[in-house]
Design a protein around this ligand. Structure first.
Ligand code: SF4
Length: 389
């Protein structure tokens, strides 16, 4: 019996918007030609002396050679963060409203083959979750789903946004990539920000870890931020799942992608997330099990990447995942990060009653909003619930 050939990752589905954007080619070209091992001590010193970090300087600070300069890089990052954000750190929490997914990402607990408890919140349940979260004082929420057009299409997500907007000043969505008109609808329902991670910008790895589903279409995912901004969104967040492929090259690609988008859409608010790969529920195996060698990222390497992001993108918000330890998060908010999730529950529901659906991944930092606020204040940082007037 012959096995059907897998869809080419550049072959759009008929109903997917296609943008004529040159940014994809520019980012992939920068990533392909980046040779982290070729940077020298002198290159790193030169980068640290640049007033405004150039792409070449960004590459130098991501290189292995820069590891021995981590203290200097962190000091520079702290100065830049302080100049642009003062001592404020904004807070938000994720709200998972559904975990059905039609994709097959090998590294994710929501993938359609994984036997987990699936659920989708009713409007009443979304309302109860929002009421409970709002009691903590938070004014920003991030609505998440798996990527399922059957169970959580743009209309369902729009209804969730309308409910959330009654309780929060700022509503973000981290859901399946959509077309411009669908983003326009979500924006009209109150959504402000879109988060979509490319996961990896290494095309050969992307193809292996996305064996099926609509997410397999690499350029459609890549252009998501642009479609969201064309649909009226205020801001977009970028990220790679560090460890899935060469993390230095993926970090470069994230930075270049964000930077080129900022040039094209100067009004857009840009954010960067820095997740590292974690084990998933229902499967202790990481993607190495499907033939992709992981490139694990140590905490020091992650800190180096985050500081390089801070210096290359001085105005961008940087978020550090609750997948990271409390001690690491405590430190990185003093140095480079500006946005923190608190009171996190990654199951479906779970804020107002027990979660009705399983979680996407394990978290390490389970602190409540009050605990995070106390930690920030003890470090002379100012928790900010919303900067949006
Ligand atoms: S990463 Fe997203 S698209 Fe992929 S399986 Fe998980 S929820 Fe679905």
């Amino acid at each position: 019996m012959s096995v059907p050939a897998k869809r080419d990752i550049f072959d759009y589905y008929e109903d997917q918007d296609q943008l004529d954007s040159q940014i994809l080619h520019a980012v992939l070209s920068e990533r392909d030609t980046f040779a982290p091992d070729q940077f020298t001590h002198a290159d790193v010193v030169r980068a640290l002396n640049e007033e405004s970090l150039s792409p070449q300087g960004f590459k130098a600070l991501l290189s292995p050679e820069a590891a021995s300069f981590l203290e200097e890089i962190a000091s520079a990052a702290r100065r830049v963060k302080s100049a642009h954000f003062g001592n404020s750190i904004s807070l938000f929490t994720p709200l998972y409203v559904a975990n059905y997914c039609e994709d097959e990402c090998t590294y994710c607990g929501f993938n359609r083959f994984n036997k987990i408890k699936r659920a989708r919140l009713t409007k009443q349940q979304v309302e109860s979750e929002c009421e409970e979260i709002a009691k903590t004082g938070l004014e920003e929420v991030l609505i998440l789903t798996g990527e399922s057009r059957a169970f959580s299409d743009y209309k369902y997500i729009g209804e969730a946004c309308k409910i959330a907007k009654k309780h929060f000043r700022v509503v973000g969505v981290e859901v399946q990539p959509m077309n411009v008109d669908e983003y326009r609808h979500l924006h009209s329902c109150g959504a402000d920000f879109v988060t979509v991670f490319q996961e990896t910008y290494d095309i050969s790895v992307y193809e292996i870890v996305h064996p099926g589903g609509r997410k397999r279409i690499f350029p459609y995912r890549f252009d998501t931020a642009e479609r969201a901004l064309l649909g009226g969104f205020r801001g977009v967040a970028f990220g790679a799942l560090l460890g899935l492929a060469d993390f230095r090259k993926d970090a470069l690609a994230v930075g270049m992608h964000a930077s080129l988008m900022q040039k094209k859409f100067p009004h857009a608010e840009i954010s960067i997330s820095c997740p590292r790969i974690r084990p998933i529920l229902g499967d202790d195996n990481l993607p190495s099990a499907v033939g992709v060698p992981l490139t694990p990222v140590t905490e020091r390497e992650l800190l180096q990447i985050i500081c390089a992001y801070r210096l290359f993108l001085p105005f961008a918000n940087i978020t550090v995942s609750t997948r990271e330890s409390q001690s690491f998060r405590n430190e990185v908010f003093k140095i480079a990060a500006t946005k923190v999730s608190a009171g996190v529950n990654v199951g479906v529901g779970g804020h107002s009653e027990d979660a009705v659906g399983d979680e996407q991944f394990e978290i390490d930092d389970t602190r409540s909003v009050d605990e995070i606020c106390r930690m920030l204040k003890s470090a002379n940082l100012q928790p900010v619930m919303s900067e949006y007037v």
